[in-house]
Structure formats: structure tokens, C-alpha cells
Design a protein around this ligand. Structure first.
Ligand SMILES: NC(=O)c1ccc[n+]([C@@H]2O[C@H](COP(=O)([O-])OP(=O)(O)OC[C@H]3O[C@@H](n4cnc5c(N)ncnc54)[C@H](OP(=O)(O)O)[C@@H]3O)[C@@H](O)[C@H]2O)c1
Length: 260
């Protein structure tokens, strides 16, 4: 029940038609009897600065959750960044403190790894190919390195972003076998689409499915559609699959905890 005491949490996206986080977030708040509600806001990139300045002024704002394409851009509007956010320069949640200042954090990676473990797929000791080096993929790469993968290769359309990310991670995880590399999925235990490919009809596949080994686990960050063309192609090849919805389902508790 929304009342005058309800704190609100906008989800900043552009476009926002695809988002599934509000349903999961609001169910978590209702289940915990928290007086907090999420509403999606469709914010064009050129309006991001004004939107954050306006939201910051509102005393009943608990914080904001950030998704495509704003995760990198928003970091500069935070007064402080916590944890991996500081190194990666991306955040997917901002908490408004009582003095109006903004604290940024990132839970995409923890949510993704928790989702894998929840489904019985511990990434520890696995050879992992991660496609993407944007906001979500950066968080995933950090969490996967922290989870003790045997090898992590990051492949991205803009190769220099993959190289920068790998360099940043190497400084934090010097003992982990990680680096930028090609998007060939052969020889990996876990192949992850960390890009937005698959959200729109006609998108190219992030990897060539003919190169997937039958024992490979193929995972998604894209959650709309639920069954992406990559997951369908992987399943047709006999691979195990892991849907994008697992990531938000396991992450939402962390997001709510951060805001209360
Ligand atoms: N399941 C969940 O809980 C969850 C949570 C967060 C995000 N997501 C999903 O994760 C996806 C990425 O979000 P984001 O915030 O990381 O976005 P982002 O920061 O804008 O990054 C987009 C990534 O996709 C790549 N990409 C975009 N179009 C491409 C194309 N045509 N060909 C090849 N690569 C392309 C980009 O490569 P370049 O660097 O070359 O541009 C970049 O690596 C979205 O679908 C979002 O909905 C899911």
C-alpha cells in the first residue's frame, strides 16, 4: 500500500519497456513488509544529470537502481563509491543518505555468482569466457575473479574496454589467470553473455553456438526475453543453460539490504 510515508526507488533505464526488476524488487519489499516501492523511469542519456540532481533533492527517495545504458555514467554523480564500484567506475545502485549525499555500489556480480550457486553451479575452478565489458559485465568479471575461477577470458566488441577491464582486475587479483581474448567459446566450462545482445529481435548471437562444447554451461545476463536466442541455440546443442532472471532474483535481497 503506497502512502505518505512510502520511500521510493526509481529504476533508471532507457528504454525501460524491457525491465523486470520492479516486479522482483517490489515483491521482496512486500514480503519483508518494507514501506518502499520501485517505479521504472525512462531517462534519456542527455537527461541523466538533471534527473539525478532532481531526485537527490527528494527527502523520501531511498535511492535509485541503475540499468542499461546508465551504469558507467552515473558513477560521476555519486559523492562516494563503495567496494568494487570504486575500481570499476560503474554502479547499479545509489543510496541517498539523510544529508542528501549519494553513495554508489554495485551488486550485479554478487547477484550473478549467487544465482549460479543457487542453481548448483559453483564457478570456482571453472574456465570462464565472459562476453562484454560494459556495466554489468564489469561487475560480473570482478565477482567471478573473486569466486576463484580457474581462468577468465573477457571478450568485447570494443576490444580496448576488455583490455582495460582485464588490467584493472589483474591489479586486484594478481594470482588469477585472466585476460582479454577472442570470443571463441570452445574449451570453456562456463560461457556468459554479459552484453545486451539478445534483448532485441534480430540481434547477432554473442558467440558462435557451433563452437560450444556439449558440457558447457551457457549463462545469460539478459532477462527479457526469458529464453534468449543464445540460450535456445545452446540448449539445442545439448548444453546446460542458466537464465538471466536468476541474477536479479538472487541480487534483489542485496539491493534492498543496501537501501534500508
Ligand atoms: N539479469 C540481471 O539481473 C541484469 C542485471 C543488470 C543488467 N542486465 C542486462 O545486462 C545487459 C547489459 O547491460 P549493461 O548495463 O552492462 O549495459 P552497457 O554498460 O551499456 O554495456 C553493454 C555491453 O553490450 C555490448 N554490446 C552492445 N551492443 C552490442 C552489439 N551490437 N554487438 C556486440 N556487443 C554489443 C557492449 O559492447 P561495447 O563496449 O563494444 O559497446 C557492452 O559490452 C542488458 O541486457 C541488461 O538488461 C541484467
Amino acid at each position: 500500500m503506497i502512502s505518505g510515508t512510502t520511500r521510493f526507488v526509481p529504476l533508471l533505464a532507457h528504454p525501460c519497456r524491457h525491465v523486470r526488476t520492479p516486479g522482483v524488487f517490489n515483491a521482496e519489499c512486500a514480503g519483508r513488509e518494507l514501506d518502499m516501492v520501485m517505479v521504472p523511469l525512462d531517462v534519456r542519456p542527455d537527461m541523466l544529470a538533471q534527473t539525478i540532481a532532481a531526485l537527490r533533492a527528494m527527502d523520501n527517495l531511498a535511492g535509485m537502481v541503475i540499468t542499461i545504458p546508465h551504469k558507467t555514467e552515473v558513477a560521476q554523480y555519486c559523492d562516494r563509491l563503495t567496494g568494487a564500484t570504486e575500481m570499476l567506475g560503474v554502479c547499479n545502485i545509489i543510496r541517498r543518505e539523510t544529508d542528501g549525499s549519494l553513495t554508489g555500489a554495485m551488486f550485479d556480480g554478487e547477484g550473478f555468482v549467487a544465482g549460479l550457486r543457487h542453481r548448483g553451479h559453483d564457478p570456482a575452478g571453472r574456465r570462464v569466457l565472459l562476453i562484454g565489458a560494459g556495466g554489468a559485465a564489469s561487475g560480473l568479471a570482478h565477482a567471478l575473479a573473486g569466486a576463484g575461477v580457474a581462468r577468465l577470458t573477457i571478450a568485447n566488441r570494443s576490444a580496448e574496454k576488455a583490455e582495460t577491464l582485464a588490467r584493472q582486475l589483474k591489479a586486484v587479483f594478481p594470482g588469477t589467470d585472466l585476460g582479454a581474448g577472442p570470443d571463441d567459446p570452445a574449451g570453456y566450462d562456463l560461457v556468459i553473455n554479459g552484453t545486451s545482445l539478445g534483448m532485441h529481435a534480430g540481434d547477432a548471437l554473442p558467440v558462435d553456438p557451433d563452437r560450444l562444447g556439449p558440457g558447457t554451461l551457457v549463462a545469460e545476463v539478459v532477462m527479457q526475453p526469458d529464453m534468449t536466442p543464445l540460450l535456445a541455440a545452446a540448449e539445442a546443442r545439448g548444453c546446460r543453460i542458466h537464465k538471466g532472471i536468476n541474477m536479479i532474483e538472487q541480487q534483489v535481497r542485496l539491493l534492498v539490504d543496501f537501501l534500508i
